[in-house]
Ligand binder design. Sequence first.
Ligand code: PLP
Length: 460
Amino acid sequence: MSLTTPAARRDLSFHLHPATNLRTVQKEGPLVITRGEGVYVFDDEGRRYLEGMAGLWCASLGFSERRLADAAFRQMRELPFYHSFAGKVPAISTELAERLVKMAPAGMSRALFANSGSEANDTAIKLVWYINNALGRPQKKKIISRQRAYHGVTVATASLTGLAFAHTDFDLPIARILHTDCPYFYRGAQPGESEEAFAARLAGNLEQLILHEGPDTVAAFFAEPVMGAGGVITPPATYFDRVQPILKKYDILFVVDEVICGFGRTGNMFGSQTYNLQPDIMTLAKALSAGYLPISANLISSRLYEILLAQSDKLGIFGHGYTYSSHPVPAAVALETLRIYDEMDIVGAVRRVGPRMQAGIRSHAAHPLVGDARGVGLIGAIELVRDKSTRESFDPKAGVAAFLVRRAQHHGTILRNMPGDIIAFSPPLIINETEIDEMISCFGKALDDTWAMVREKGLV
Ligand SMILES: Cc1ncc(COP(=O)(O)O)c(C=O)c1O
């Protein structure tokens, strides 16, 4: 159906829109997307947009990879559904599990599938609790996440998420979830503090939190290698080098959320490789299937798998799993996605074009509205400020970054703003240099429009 006017869109939009001001979308109507081609999507009036966010950080291969459609079609005809309960399994899912375990950083031993990043992180919480019960330490259950983290929106994962919008009026977070500092150098560092000193201070605070709570009550630490929805926050130098020994010292499991960083985004296959992380559990989603079908996975270490095995001896069953865990169709699409990554050398591709995007983002650093420009690989952000020298933010009600994103859309590029007037860039990994230049140039036009707006309204 083509909704040709905003009024028609408004009347015909029966969606309840996630992560949206419901009143605004009711009044203005949604942007209705009808098709995709390469890094571009098209709306119902035929307008073309460069998708600077790969949708929701996921459409790594863009919007028209025929091989993924063919893989899904073939699998639909061969075996459209089967499950992995009660000792059965679709053949294609075993292939995918093997592939993931073999490509993951050393030490991973088994894959458990689900349908979304939230479900994978939710499963990770359950595994952590189950494992500590299996080890006879039922009091070791608290989980430490970080302020500004984004790990999903189920009851438990929204609790891990360290952003107010995920908690307010949802009666969250639940008990036993704690939040430590966000490694946000631009906003968190003290005047004159180096990245290393900042990282050391945060690691010290983490250790204090663990000691305060009692190490025998703390089960796991969850972290994204680069924090995505919290504002594209790259860890300051030595941060994870300092955090990991603390986790080991107190026997705290490390769950690495690779939902955004996995599959090339940071310039290595996994964010864990970019920052030298040794996860006990990894969660994967999004680019696992290039976003074409819902699928996520938990990879677990051999040590944890041995504990699960022993617990099965005791309980007789591992009582977890979803109807669509191991669904063969998304598994086939994920396998084909991984084949394409191999053939095109996805990591090499990101390393080739990533610097162009990072330079483009930083080329705006001198603009009076730009407080910080940061990123790694093909993920980046620009943070807008009212006053560059004091880093003073705009009043959130002024909606300055939201305005910029609307203007970027007007100029033909879809970007996303996050709390704190941060604008994210996370294009499909197949983007080329010309397209990167186009995205950055659209951003530049939108930045100029925003500068004009804030001056006109007396916001600066
Ligand atoms: C790092 C991270 N973890 C988990 C999630 C949740 O994934 P989903 O939306 O598929 O539930 C997201 C979603 O953006 C994410 O960015």
